[in-house]
Each structure stands twice: as C-alpha cells, then as structure tokens.
Design a protein around this ligand. Structure first.
Ligand code: DLL
Length: 444
C-alpha cells in the first residue's frame, strides 16, 4: 500500500493517488468490503464477540450494508479489562509482532496487539497524518511523544519514516536537550502533547532561544484535549502551524484522525476506521452534525479488531466537504469525554470549559489545575492558574482586577462561582506527556 502512495519523483506522497481523495462511492465500497471481513474475523476468533452476536441472532452474513453496523454490539473499555491481557486477540501469538498498553487511571492497563500487517496500516495512516500536516521527505521530525508502551512515540516514528522524513527519536522529557537538538539539527516539525510543547517553548525562552527564529514550522499535537485558545498561544509563541492529531490505543494509537491545513476539524482515515456518533445515554446512532459519543470500528485490524468501540470522546461528524479536497469526513475537535464531567452544586462542568475561560483573560498563562475537595459533604472546586510576573509584581489592584475577570469568565462559561488561586509562573508541575489537569482529593 505504501508503495502505491509514494511518488519518488515529486519527493513525497502523490495527493491524487492517496486514499484521502477517493470518490465517495469508491470509499464506501472499500468500507463495506472491509467491514464484512473484520466482522467475520472477530466472529470466528474472539469468543466474547461471537457470544454477543449470537445473543442478538446475528452472523457475519447479517452485515449487508454499511448501515447494518448499527445492529452490532458495542465494545467498551471494561471488555478489555475483563479479558486482560490477551482475551480479545483474533490472531495467534505467533502472528503478533507488537504489544502496547495504556495505563489508565487505576489497576491493570489495557493491552493492544498488532500483526505485521497492522503495523503497516498504522505506518500508512501515520504517514498520511503527517502528510496532511504538510510534512514530506526532507522534513526533520523531532518526535517527543513518549516511546514505550504508550502508542505515541513508536506510532509517530514509523509514520515519519514511512513518509521519508528524518526522525529524531528523542522521546519525551529532557527539555534542555530538546531545545539544543531542535536548534542544532534544525528540526522542522515536532510531535508531542500540546501541554509539553508549551513547557518546551517556555524553557527555550529561559535558555535564550526564541523558537520563532528557528526552522521549526509544524507541530503535531494530540493525546489530550487542547483548546483553540491554547492553539493561538502556541502558534504565536513558537511561530508554527499547530495541527490537532487524534487517536487511541484501542483503535490503533495516533493516526485515527488529524487536521489538514484548513484546521477546521479532523479528517478521519475512514478507509481504516468507521466512525459513528451515538447518544451516550441511549446508544442510538445520531445523524451527521449532532454532537454525541464517537464510536469507532477498525476496518482492517487483524490482531485485535474493535467492533463499535465506545471511545467516550464527545464530538460531531462535520457533514460539509473540506476545502482541502479530501473526501474523508471530519470530526470536530474533541474538547471533552463523557466521563470527565465534574458536578459542582448540581452544575455540570467540563475541564475544557474552564480552560477556555482562563485563556480568554489577559495576564493568565496556559498552566492550570482544577482541584476537587469535599467539605462537609459538599464538593468544592478550586481553579489554580499561573499568571504573568507583571500581574504579580504590579500593585494589588491589578491582581484583584485579573482575579475578578477570571472569576467572571468562569462563571459566565460554566455557570457557577468556583474557588480561585492565582499562582506564580512555574508553580504548577509541568508534564512530559499528558497533562493531569484535575486533581481529585475528595476520597470516597
Ligand atoms: O493518546 C494516542 C495518541 C498519541 C493520540 C499521540 C495522539 C497523539 P491513549 O493513551 O489510549 O492514546 O489515549 C486516548 O486520549 O480517547 C482521548 O480521550 C484522548 N485524546 C487523544 N488525542 C486527543 C486529541 C493516545 N487530539 C485518549 N484531543 C482518547 C482530545 C485526545 N483528546
């Protein structure tokens, strides 16, 4: 597959031949053929899936059209935990060439598996991801996603190599060295979490390096939610174009979807991943344009097919065609998960709303934490945010003014008054991977 996409004469992908641009009818035919094959594979090889289909009187022959996917049972994260470690594998161990795992919040990790063909598909979708961000052969890609059981590092690595770019496999952390290599090796792109990149820009500043003066041109940021305010901040402070990349271990890792140059939603690589949006309460499919939970079916995975996996990520499918010409449909950026809702005094609050409120106020820095406590049986929420040295060094009036504006912005967006703590730059711990924004001290 990769060979077909590669056009050496032009030094990169040939856009017209890439599956990103398939005519709709052709794409749908590919999807249906692959859907039928993957359902048959899961039915034949995974006991849990076969039992669930049998309970519903379904066999692989029940899938005659793409809409028939809605007949199939969902798969949820608990299914991966309950069958830990290898219970959902559809390939014999002899065909599994790689395992990854996602740590989750408590207890055992969830384990995912890849055959050689799966690794090829993953490399392909990641190469297409990076091409979508405007990268090509000759680019120097600093890969600061963590290498190891986390899918970010090796996913971006194989994709960058498949694209023909030069990879710097630096992994996460060691920020001073990141800055040094970025300058010395003239990195043109960086892959990492958005929160780590903000830290990197800040540290570079302390070391006297202005990223805007370096050849760095593109950021491929994901693995955690980040707002448009955050994007505006990183694009301005680093002088780059910042693309949002989405994925999850259960489906393949990074490479499920990405923003193109238009930066208006993320294209899903629909020839390999079939997206649906459902009502998270009822499980009913919702039409394009409605917001709900993203459900994904892997169309070509061999070692661990996922049928109607409930991601818990809340988004909507954008019905309109993208200006870039890709026929792949897009989803809106993911700002929240159905399970990260905080309820304070009966009001539902998502961390992304707090972020949007904070970044709208001048004088705040993009470093914050939400601390949840319980006092006399009542849940309390305190937002801790760093403010610029000017705010702190100026007279008390300015500090009070910023505090009042933040409080108002939060109240306007989330609907309740919450505790607020303005702190000095650097007082909140920096992450090397996914930022931990919510600190829950409520106990239970
Ligand atoms: O985070 C895979 C990945 C690596 C994606 C590098 C992008 C870049 P997991 O650790 O399994 O896999 O976490 C998956 O992270 O269900 C979302 O809730 C969240 N997530 C991932 N990308 C985004 C994003 C990797 N761009 C979970 N925006 C997913 C918001 C994201 N949330």
């Amino acid at each position: 597959m990769l060979k077909e996409l590669w056009n050496d004469a032009e030094g990169g992908f040939h856009p017209a031949s890439a599956p990103d641009f398939l005519p709709d009818a052709h794409l749908k035919a590919v999807q249906l053929r692959r859907l039928r094959a993957v359902v048959a594979r899961a039915y034949d090889n995974v006991a849990l899936f076969r039992e669930r289909m049998t309970e519903r009187d379904l066999t692989p022959a029940s899938i005659q059209s793409l809409d028939d996917v809605a007949k199939l049972p969902f798969t949820v994260k608990a299914d991966l935990r309950d069958t830990y470690p290898f219970g959902l594998f559809a390939s014999p161990m002899g065909d599994v060439v790689r395992l990854h795992a996602s740590s989750g919040t408590t207890g055992k990790p969830i384990v995912v598996a890849y055959t050689r063909e799966d690794i090829e598909v993953w490399s392909e979708v990641m190469a297409r991801t990076l091409a979508c961000c405007g990268l090509h052969r000759g680019d120097i890609v600093q890969n600061a996603y963590g290498y190891g059981l986390f899918t970010g590092g090796l996913g971006a690595h194989y994709g960058a190599e498949a694209l023909g770019a030069t990879v710097i496999p630096i992994s996460g952390g060691n920020t001073d060295r990141q800055v040094m290599l970025m300058r010395d090796f003239a990195s043109s792109a960086i892959c990492c979490t958005p929160s780590y990149f903000i830290h990197l820009v800040e540290r570079a500043g302390e070391l006297g390096v202005d990223l805007r003066e370096l050849p760095l041109r593109v950021g491929v940021f994901g693995a955690e939610p980040w707002s448009d305010g955050m994007r505006a901040h990183v694009e301005a402070t680093a002088g780059i174009k910042a693309h949002d990349i989405y994925g999850l271990s259960e489906i393949i890792g990074p490479g499920v979807g990405v923003e193109c140059g238009e930066q208006q939603g993320l294209h899903i690589f629909e020839d390999h991943f079939l997206p649906e949006i459902i009502d998270p309460e009822t499980g009913e499919p919702l039409p394009d344009g409605s917001e709900g939970e993203l459900v994904l079916t892997t169309l070509s995975k061999k070692a661990m097919p996922m049928i109607r996996y409930r991601t818990r990520d809340i988004t909507a499918i954008i019905p309109e065609r993208c200006g870039c010409g890709r026929s792949l449909r897009r989803i809106q950026r993911i700002g929240r998960r159905s399970d990260d809702m905080i309820i304070i005094r009966g009001v539902n609050i998502f961390p992304s709303q707090v972020e949007a409120a904070l970044l709208a106020v001048e004088g705040t820095l993009p470093h914050y934490r939400i601390i949840l406590t319980r006092e006399q049986g009542l849940d309390q929420m305190t937002v801790e945010v760093e403010v610029t040295p000017e705010v702190l060094s100026d007279q008390v009036r300015m500090l009070e003014d910023v505090r009042r504006r933040i409080a108002q912005a939060i109240e306007r967006i989330v609907g309740v008054r919450v505790g607020l703590r303005l702190v000095e730059p650097h007082s909140i711990e920096r992450s090397q991977g996914k930022a931990k924004r919510v600190i829950d001290q409520r106990g239970d």
